[in-house]
Design a binder for this molecule. Sequence first.
Ligand code: ASP
Length: 337
Amino acid sequence: MAKKKVYIAYTGGTIGMKPSAKGFVPQKGFLGATLQSFPEFQHPDMPEITIHDYAEPIDSANMSPEDWHKIAEDIERNYEQYDGFVVLHGTDTMAYTASALSFMLEGLQKPVIFTGSQIPLTQLRTDARDNIINAMYLAANYPIPEVSLFFHDHLHRGNRTRKTDADGFAAFSSPNMPPLASIGSTIKVRDHLLWQHKSKELTVRRFASPKIAILTLFPGISDELVRDFLAQDLDGVVLQSFGSGNAPVNNKPLMQAIENATSQGMVIVNCTQCLKGSVNMSTYETGRVLMDAGVTSGFDMTTEAALAKLYYLFSRGIDVDTIRDYIVVSLRGELTN
Ligand code: ASP
């Protein structure tokens, strides 16, 4: 049987970094050369791989929507030639990029698996080897048609993930959804969870440049701060609220600032600051008032997914009411409602 073919894109991040006087830094060509020298890569069960080291690998703290485009276009260019794709990426913003790519890659029928590591590949106690080998093995042999993220024994839906540990090996979780697959001595895929794209043909949805931002509520937040923030001609805002979607409603000027913004067409999506669970604005008065102020429920979407979804929807040339309608609907499995 012909060997499966997997395309590996190294965008940057700890996984392929090299020690330097300034600390670990990404370096072009280093990851590819290191991987090729590993005996595991000569194993007969390994797929045929192509490694593409990006010209300027970056720490993912520097990722921008421009870089999301580069990754999406790279996958699009190579889509027909490979059975699966592994994107090696820094862990810091991996959940944002995986969320963005889930919206960009419409009609995806092949696995696109993000992974990275907490310790560089060249270091003795590295977690990179396991993450890469498992991600590659899954990409070659399990045709899961999603943008997913593999880290430490679990394959998560990309747009459900959050980086929840700054230094532990189990750095990612998908708090509102079980993993798509779990790896032990056997590989368990939860087939019933896999996303079914309506279209079966890949279309890359490029993002335009809408003005999107995140606003986090905190006890004592002033109405001036919120007013100034919302006065910046924004298209969409992810509002990180308390608990099941609550805000300090006794601060009337603050609530007024929110209502003014939504009535002028700003889309404000309510996501909880809690790691797990969903927004339900009808539970408390402090949530209902937000609903009355024109805020849209993000249900159990992560902030990362809500941000990516706003970029996506504001790039589709649709009106604000339609955007609000789509926010509450699952387009790529990003929410439960
Ligand atoms: N700062 C690094 C990055 O996100 C951390 C990592 O890769 O784990 O690129």
